[in-house]
Design a protein around this ligand. Sequence first.
Ligand code: GDP
Length: 524
Amino acid sequence: MNKQMEQDIASRRTFAIISHPDAGKTTMTEKLLYFGGAIRDAGTVKGKKTGKYATSDWMEIEKQRGISVTSSVLQFDYDGKRVNILDTPGHEDFSEDTYRTLMAVDAAVMMVDSAKGIEPQTIKLFKVCRMRGIPIFTFINKMDRQGKEPLELMEELEEVLGIQSYAMNWPIGMGKEFMGIYDRYNHRIEQARVEGEEKFLKLDEEGQLANPHPMMETSYYKQAVEDALLLEEAGNEFDTDRIARGELTPVFFGSALTNFGVQTFLETFLKFAPSPQPRLTANEQYVDPMNEEFSGFIFKIQANMNPAHRDRIAFVRIVSGAFERGMTVNIPRISKTVKLSQTTQFLADDRETVNDAVAGDIIGLYDTGNYQIGDTVVGGKSSYQFESLPQFNPELFVRVTAKNVMKSKHFHKGILQLVQEGAIQFYKTLHTEEVILGAVGQLQFEVFEHRMKNEYNVEVSMEHIGSKVARWIENEADVKESMTGPRSMLVKDRFDNLVFLFENDFAMRWFSDKFPDIRLYSLL
Ligand code: GDP
């Protein structure tokens, strides 16, 4: 591999921002893009509040609801690094796509609202990152408002998420009294609401301000210096290896909205976030990003981004080598070769055609029905496959039928394709073979309904059977149908594995107490 390409690959930083809705992910993304020069004014990415639609919101359904259905990819250059941010949707638009996006990144930034602390969706997304062992950087946001005490927030991180933390900086006051941050890592104080040279104040060896400053008289400053000392003595040690393994999260305090601490965060983050990492194949071989041969895997397929063309786009995370327009790749699953002539890359302002991209980058391939989620694409002669993407535990279920029974053929075809594409999960009842769909987020059902109508011309009826706790069974042979009851339903998944759908955790525990020999397990 030539030097230039090695440098290009080493310069990539590919990550996602995870958070509970309203913690400030969109605001943060805008500020980062702004620093990267990818947008002119912070505040233009997602116009859901102003009625303008962002360029990353393509699908019709997205326009109708003013939300982002699937994750988009944003790219910019900063400090000699090429940054790829994979956006993960929040809220009602939460879906399996959100989880799968985390399979394609090398690091995650976790936004936490300082007043709310760790919220439910943060926990779910965190778990997926944790499972992958990727580094997680924490940004505690909204310091311009009154929030929880910083020590309490650090404790929450450790107790609720079970991850150790290292405070890179520490707030001096908060809300109206927010004076800035005590930057332990850069050994300086960064003042809020001050621009120019005065913004950064030097610290001396004792960790006190090196030069006299009015701030020194405030209780907030004294508290911050005291806390910093305490952290030095009793806190975790800064350890880059443990950060890289996702065992220790560096914590930054700041305010995305007032753009405080964001640039310092970005610069420090880029220093410690990993360059593209190797990936395991199904045969447990690592494929190194510097491997000359192009390879990648599809982590998402997005249909109908442009209703006029009804195209599908398969998103590929490049694992090794470089992509060149017009190259031929192999899809080992179906032993087929395809020429990659039409590809797109995603920028904040526009969708541009990509000519080349390297390991770490995300490219979008126009898909005419060749690809499935989890597919490997390899250049050259190799035909290995990357280890399969995990399946995620569904939480919501609907019973679904075609409104018009005459459309049954289209109905089944549509379901089969959407299930294969990974849009929704398929289950069926044991004898009656009624179709039950599972999802991790409500929006998946809406997208399903919309696409069945638009792409397969079938109107569906969906009967919500609510949220369930799904458990697979290690020893299926020991399961008897008589074990089911009103609070525990037995179904089959699309591979014909048996699955119990329990009404809630309580029903599941009751079942386990009653039938201790049945070994249940959960997907991710
Ligand atoms: P998302 O749902 O995580 O993408 O959150 P948004 O970025 O849309 O932010 C949710 C709300 O919090 C918006 O009204 C933002 O203006 C506000 N917000 C974001 N960051 C800050 C901050 O640092 N301070 C304050 N006071 N508000 C913020």
